[in-house]
Every structure is written in C-alpha cells, then in structure tokens.
Design a protein around this ligand. Sequence first.
Ligand code: HAM
Length: 413
Amino acid sequence: VKKLQAPRGTLDVLPQDARRRLDIIAMAGVVLGRAGYEPIETPVFEDTQVFARGVGESTDIVQKEMFTFEDKAGRSLTLRPEATAGICRAYIEHGMHKLPQPVKVWYAGPFFRHEAPQAGRFRQFTQIDAEAIGSDDPSLDAELILLHAEIIEHAGAGPARLRLSSLGSRETRAEYLEELKQYLRAREDELSQEVRERIDQNPLRAFDADHSGTQAVMRDAPLLLDRLAADDTAHFAEVRALLDAEGVEYEIDPTLVRGLDYYTRTVWEFESDRLGAQAALGGGGRYDGLIEELGGPPTPGVGFAAGIERMLLAAGEQPSVPDARVFVAVAKPNAARHAFGLARRLRSAGMRVELEQAGRSLKGQLRQADRIGAQATVIFGDAIEVKDMQSGEQREAADADHVLELVREAAGS
Ligand code: HAM
C-alpha cells in the first residue's frame, strides 16, 4: 500500500510546536485586547468573488494561488488566501457600519495559497490578523504598526526591520505607473534585458535590479512618494510623526509593493534577517476602497497579518519548560481504580497529573515519572506513599487530603 503523507506544502504541528503556537496566539489576544481589538471568526472558505474582487483579479494570489472548487450546487468557492476580504464581507453583511467606529477585530487561523513550497512558504499557513475598520485616522495606522511590532517581539521573533511607505490613492498609483513606464522606455537601452521585458507587467521591479546600468537609471527615476496628493502626504506625515514620537525605527522604502491590490496610503512590512528568501514576518496597510469594492458603503480600513510559521522560524528552537507534574503509580493491580479517582481529584485541585495507563512495572512507572519531569509521584500499593522526586524522600499518606498536602509540598506549591 502507498504510504500516506500530509499534502505537499502542509505541516503537521506536533505537540511541542502546537503549544508554542497557542502561546503566541494567546499573547497576541492580550496585546490586541488592550488596544480594544475583539476576536472575530469568518469561514475558512468564501464565495470566490470575495477574493477576486477584494484581493484583485490581477494579483498572483487570485491568478495562480487560490484553492478554488465547486460545491455540489455548482457555486465557486475558495479556501481563503488571506483574512481581510472575508472580514470586510462580514462587516458589510452584518451592517457593522452602524456600530460605533472604528470596529476593531482580530483573528488567528489557517490560510491557503497554492505556492511552490520552500523554507517559510507553505500551502497552508497560519496568520494572526488585526483590522480597524471605519476610520481613516492616521493614529490607527501607527497603532497597528506598534501592535504588530509588539507581537513579533513577544513571539521572540525580533529584531525585525520595518519597511514603510505610502501608496496614495489608486488613481495616483495608476498615473505614477504610467509615468514610470514612460521613463523606463525612454532609457530602455540602458536597462537589463530582464527589466526591459517586464516594463509593462511590473515596472517597479526595476528598483530591485542588481544590474549596474539599471541601477544608474533608477537613481533618477520618479518616485511614487513624490507624486502623492496633498492629503495623502499629510496623512503619511502624521503616521510617521506618531511613530517617531514613540521611538520606532523604520526605513522609508518607496519601492515597497504588497501582493494585494486593495492597499491605499500606508503600507508596511516587517522583515527578519534570520529568514531566507521569504523574509517577511508580516505585513499590512490601509485599504480605504475595499469595502466599497465589495458592495458596501465607502468605508476606510487598516490592518495587518503576522505569519506564525515565519515568526517561529525566526525565533528558532526554544527550550520547553516542564510544568509542575504529578505521576500516579499503581503498585498493586486492585489499586488501579483508587489511583484513577485520586488522579481526578488532584486534577480538580489544579494540578497537572498523569496516571499509569500503559501496564508498566513499578520500576518502569518510576522511570516514566522521571521522564515527564514529575515533582511528586504517588504510589498506590498496600499503603499510599508520596515520593518527592527531587529529594527521593518517600512518606506515607494517611488519607486523600494528606496526599494532596504531601504532593503540594513536593511540588513546591
Ligand atoms: P500578506 O503580506 O499576503 O498580507 O501576508 C502576511 C504574512 O503572512 C506574510 O508576511 C507571511 O508572514 C505570511 N504568509 C503569507 N503567505 C505565506 C505562505 N505561503 N507561507 C507562510 N507564510 C505566509 C495579507 O495577507 C494581508 N491580508 C494583511 C493585511 C491585513 N492587510 C491589511 N489587513
């Protein structure tokens, strides 16, 4: 028979890693909760149109990377490649514009993109996503950047470089891209062949070129940041002033492009030197036209997503800290039922208790108690004894209450 394996690009998260993930998500909930972000959950699959219209028909995500399928009634559904479009769909569907604005929500869960798997890139991955919808106040952009940085730091994934830019409005961006294309065409013979061939599809690519001729051309190239409308420039200046006042370091990168079409004004990405080619720990930005694009009233919004797998990779191996543990050993076959009842009682008292459930000899059970890092072992034989695993001292307990007392002493709590 064929060996069954997890599908390409997916991960089995085994207990030790699973614990770290839950810890990171719980931490993010605390950090975001302090700033008024409440949890939300949306479906793992949506009407394909949510992403086609939300993320944008021309993006790699929509053109190449979506897991799209038909349900039995022939409706086109897609496993969500990201959270923002679905959350905005829910905001519209539930008339959340009637709530006090901004509506602040966060979410952690699985996302799906059919990309070529490599280090830090998976087909199923996990994001922590936060959104503030219903206000274009620049303090929200700055707040989310600071929260994003705090989550990365607490996840142990720092230090991270913050790249920041503003894209202005969609119209400004379209005009700018035309201007850039014309500029590149006018100096076409100085460019590398690769850049020359992609002037129409991706003129921004030229900013990242290694080719020295291209680099010389790009030194004088027009920049989107210099073409922003006055109110977009003022908005960006305020975001930066708030970050400066908080002592946040960032690099203005006028060539920062994000892989989603909905962005307007502020965009950012956190990168780590500890990751390889897939260096982005997370990214975000403002999307003031998205809700209207999805059929809702004109509504501004801003948010980010942090990649959990990438943060864990950047954080590296961390030693696992054993909890205070109690092992309940059975030295006599007819003691098993009492042992079972006692384990339950100790658990109700808030202790982390494991019980012999694999038919080991007493010697094997004591070895198992060591292996799990037990601080106390309760041995059920003719009498009930509690062994302090550190000192080796073994004392007889008079009754169940006494067991609890001796276990507490041995576990140092
Ligand atoms: P994104 O930049 O596409 O943004 O994804 C955010 C983060 O998710 C990435 O920086 C990366 O850490 C992680 N990520 C993305 N794709 C993969 C993958 N194939 N494997 C592993 N990790 C991955 C968004 O998704 C936007 N929705 C963020 C946002 C929220 N903008 C506004 N609000």
